[in-house]
Design a protein around this ligand. Structure first.
Ligand SMILES: Cc1cc2nc3c(=O)[nH]c(=O)nc-3n(C[C@H](O)[C@H](O)[C@H](O)COP(=O)(O)O)c2cc1C
Ligand code: SF4
Length: 435
C-alpha cells in the first residue's frame, strides 16, 4: 500500500531503535504521560471506542476485556503474551527486538487502565535476542523512573518482570500461560471462571498479546477516531502480517486489514511475488491453525471476518505460509499433524487421541500406504474435536482440526491421485500399520 503510513514499525529502522533516548526523541512515552493524567476508566473507554481487537488470535476487543475485571478487586495482574509459538509467526519478535519501549509504554498504559501493579511478560524461551533487548529496555525504563513507584508523578506504580517459558505451544493459550507462570505444567484451565475474574494466583488477570499492547500508546496519542480510520469496520487499526515461503521478500510487514492474501504475497510493500519458477499451490494465511486457501482463493481479505467465508477458523496470527506447486501436499499435512500431536497437552481425550490418530493417518498417507477411506476418516476425526463442538478445554484442538480438514477437503483430488498411484503391494503394508 503506497499511502500507508507505518505506525507499529515506524521506529524499527531508526539507528539505536531499542534505546530509550531514541524512542523518546521519536515521541515515545508521551502517550503514557497523557494516559496517567486521565482516570483508568477514561483510558479503557478510549481503547473500547477504538475497537482494538486482540492480535493474539482470537480478536477479542481489548477494552471490553479490561472492563470485565470485577470492580471490587484488590489485586490485578497483567500478563503480556509473548509466547508467539504459532508457526510461522514472528511479528511479536520483531516488535520486541526492534522497539521494546513501545511494548513497555503499552504495558504501562494497560496496567494503569486495569490498575495492575505487576506485569509479567511471558516469553518463549527460544527468544534469546528479544529477551536481552527487552530486559535492557526494562532496566532503562526503571532507571528513568518510568517503571517502579510514582510513574510520571502520578502516584501509580508498576513492576514488570520477564518470565521465560519452557517451549510449549499450549503455554501461549492464556490459562496455560497462567499455569506455567505459577510454576506448574502449562495445562489450560476449564473456563469459566475466565482470567479477568480468576487468573494468575487466582486473582483478576488480563492477558494481552504483544502487538495488541503496542497499539495502545498510538490510540491514546492519536485518538479512537484516527485508529478507526485505518482498515475497515470490525477490523480497525494497524496490523502486522508475516509471509514465509518462496516469496521474493519473506518478512514481517505492516498494513491495514483491507489487504488481500494475494496482496500480501505479491504487493510491493509485502512479499513482492513468488520467486522465479514458483507458483502458489496453497496458503495457510493465519499461522497454521486457521486452515488453508487454494491458489484460487487468494482474494480473501486479511481481516477478522472474511476468513470464515473461506471455511477458515479466523484471521489467527495473520502469518502466512506460502506453499508452492512443487510441494507434496501429503507432506504438508503430515508435518501439521505431527506438530499438533506433539503439542496437545493431553488433558482432553478427543484432543490427545484425535491429534495422535490424525498423525498416524496422515503419516501413512505420506508414506504411500494410505487408503481413500483414510481421507473420510481423518475429516471425520476433525469434526469430533475442539471447543466449537464443546468437547475441549482450549482451542488447540480446533486449531488442529481446521488446517487438517481444509487441506484434505480442498486438495482431495490430489490426495486421491497419490493414493491411486501407489503400488498394489502397499495394501499389505496398510494392514500392518493397523497393528
Ligand atoms: C493453543 C493456543 C496457543 C496460543 N498461543 C498464543 C500465543 O503464542 N500468543 C498470543 O498472544 N496468544 C496466543 N493464544 C491466544 C491466547 O489464548 C489469548 O487469546 C491471547 O493471548 C489474548 O490476547 P489478545 O486478546 O491481546 O489477543 C493461543 C491460544 C491457543 C488456543
Ligand atoms: S484441547 Fe488439547 S491442548 Fe487444549 S486442554 Fe485439551 S488436551 Fe490440552
Amino acid at each position: 500500500m503506497a499511502d500507508y503510513e507505518p505506525v507499529l514499525l515506524k521506529n524499527i529502522s531508526l539507528e539505536g531503535s531499542t534505546d530509550l533516548k531514541v524512542y523518546e526523541s521519536a515521541g515515545g512515552y508521551a502517550a503514557a504521560r497523557k494516559a496517567l493524567k486521565m482516570t483508568p476508566d477514561e483510558v479503557t473507554e478510549i481503547v473500547k471506542e477504538a475497537n482494538l481487537r486482540g492480535r493474539g488470535g482470537a480478536g477479542f476487543p481489548a477494552g471490553v476485556k479490561w472492563g470485565f475485571l470485577p470492580k471490587d478487586r484488590e489485586v490485578t495482574y497483567l500478563c503480556v503474551n509473548a509466547d508467539e509459538s504459532e508457526p510461522p509467526t514472528f511479528s511479536n519478535r520483531v516488535l520486541m527486538e526492534k522497539d521494546p519501549h513501545q511494548l513497555i509504554e503499552g504495558t504501562i498504559i494497560a496496567a494503569f487502565a486495569t490498575q495492575a501493579q505487576k506485569a509479567f511478560i511471558y516469553m518463549r524461551v527460544e527468544f534469546h535476542e528479544p529477551f536481552h533487548v527487552m530486559q535492557n529496555a526494562i532496566d532503562q525504563a526503571y532507571a528513568a523512573g518510568y517503571l517502579g513507584k510514582n510513574i510520571f508523578g502520578s502516584g501509580f506504580e508498576l513492576d514488570v518482570f520477564i518470565h521465560r517459558g519452557a517451549g510449549a505451544y499450549v503455554c501461549g493459550e492464556e490459562t496455560g500461560l497462567i499455569e506455567s507462570l505459577e510454576g506448574k505444567r502449562g495445562c489450560p484451565r476449564i473456563k469459566p471462571p475466565f482470567p479477568a475474574v480468576e487468573g494468575l494466583f487466582h486473582k483478576p488477570t488480563v492477558v494481552n498479546n504483544v502487538e495488541t499492547l503496542c497499539n495502545v500508546p498510538h490510540i491514546i496519542e492519536r485518538g479512537a477516531a484516527w485508529f478507526k480510520s485505518i482498515g475497515a469496520e470490525g477490523s480497525e487499526g494497524p496490523k502486522l502480517f508475516c509471509a514465509s515461503g518462496p516469496v521474493n521478500r519473506p518478512g514481517c510487514f505492516e498494513g491495514p486489514m483491507t489487504i488481500t492474501c494475494r496482496e500480501l504475497i505479491e504487493g510491493d510493500g509485502y512479499g513482492r511475488g513468488m520467486r522465479s519458477g514458483k507458483e502458489v499451490k496453497a496458503v495457510l494465511p493465519g499461522g497454521i491453525s486457521m486452515g488453508v486457501l487454494t491458489a484460487d482463493e487468494l482474494n480473501m481479505v486479511m481481516d477478522f471476518d472474511d476468513p470464515r467465508n473461506f471455511g477458515l477458523l479466523g484471521l489467527g496470527t495473520a502469518a502466512a505460509v506460502i506453499i508452492d506447486q512443487q510441494q507434496d501436499i501429503r507432506k504438508v499435512l503430515a508435518n501439521i499433524t505431527r506438530f499438533y500431536s506433539h503439542e496437545s497437552c493431553g488433558q482432553c481425550t478427543q484432543c490427545r487421541e484425535g491429534t495422535s490418530w490424525m498423525d498416524k493417518i496422515a503419516t501413512r498417507i505420506a508414506d504411500g500406504v494410505g487408503r481413500t477411506e483414510d481421507l473420510d476418516l481423518i475429516v471425520d476425526v476433525t469434526k469430533n474435536m475442539g471447543m466449537m463442538p464443546g468437547l475441549s478445554i482450549c482451542g488447540l484442538s480446533d486449531g488442529a482440526a481446521f488446517p487438517i480438514r481444509t487441506i484434505v477437503q480442498k486438495f482431495r483430488g490430489e490426495f486421491e491421485a497419490y493414493i491411486a498411484e501407489q503400488p498394489p503391494t502397499s495394501t499389505l503394508r496398510v494392514l500392518s500399520t493397523f497393528n
